[in-house]
Design a protein around this ligand. Sequence first.
Ligand SMILES: Cc1cc2nc3c(=O)[nH]c(=O)nc-3n(C[C@H](O)[C@H](O)[C@H](O)COP(=O)(O)O)c2cc1C
Length: 364
Amino acid sequence: MRIINNKFNIKMISENFGRYKYNEVDKYIELGGFIGLKVALEKGKQHVIDELKISGLRGRGGAAFPTWQKWEGGIRELDEETFVICNADEGEPDTFKDRELIAKDPYKVIEGLTISGYMRSAKTGAIYLREEYTYMKHELETVLELSREKGYLGKNILGTGFDFDIKVFSGVGAYICGEGSALIESMEGKAGKPRLKPPRIGSKGYLQMPTQFNNVESLAVVATILKMGASEYAKYGYGDSIGTKLISICGNVNKPGVYEIPFGLTLREIIENVAGGIENNKKVKFLQLGGVSGPLAPESLLDTRYTYEDLWDLDLGIGSGAILVADEDMSVIEYIKLANNFFHHESCGKCIPCREGVHVYKKK
Ligand SMILES: Cc1cc2nc3c(=O)[nH]c(=O)nc-3n(C[C@H](O)[C@H](O)[C@H](O)COP(=O)(O)O)c2cc1C
């Protein structure tokens, strides 16, 4: 059984946080930046898949689909035009870990997306940046420009004959546009509403091209795994939940924020040892896991381990990695009304259960 090493101070995904600024590409390179991309280009696509299998990486956007499986199914040679997208819409309330990655290690995100482009033999990719994050667009564009100058983007990357470039698209400020097909519709200049499937975007996505779609954190983890080696990454975690996760924890805790934790801590340990305990020494009433669309966990489940499997067994989930903590003063009913109002406001109105089933509740 895998054990949890070095419980509260693991820095793999977040290893570069605070260590360089967005216009310091040389510092990123000194810190071991772009090694993951080099490994991918030198060792080839099968090596990337093998490493992702060992790492057990599951999509960090919420659906938790095994990344190796998505990527293996998507491997293409240059027989048709393909496209790759980094989903930086991060619209799920309580979720703010992708913002941290883009702000504190943007080159790693670019590196992960370039690896994804290589796997699909894509020539172009996009970062779909949440509208509220457009203040970071200029920084991301500088990161892209400096990466081009150093030969990590653009024509003939690292002399391998691989051509790939990235554009930044601004999101349209709608929750539904975090869903892949709605996101693509909005990139194509249409109303951001989900498409009926099939076809899935893996075969017909942006401008009808086969499109690979990943969350910001998933891409950063791919770059990390290829750099450090999957077996090293796999020393952390618990059971089948391998490695670490960036969580965003908020609500009635003393130290809300983004933290990297190994899978396997208990919810209680996360609250007490990572987030500094409950404000004013109150008691926990409930948690909400994975953002406002996630399930609520009562206080009685605080000794549950934070792993995919332990949470799924209880009909809970990791989702995006958000953890909201509510203390004894929070009314569950009032909280649910607020959550419901969010979904009422954000419903795109396309599907009947959501359009007809979500109502506005007034505050008492
Ligand atoms: C309504 C809705 C909103 C979503 N919002 C996001 C989002 O903001 N960011 C994200 O990465 N995934 C979001 N997802 C999940 C994506 O559809 C998709 O599963 C994910 O980006 C795939 O990347 P991954 O495999 O790396 O997790 C959303 C899904 C739905 C249905």
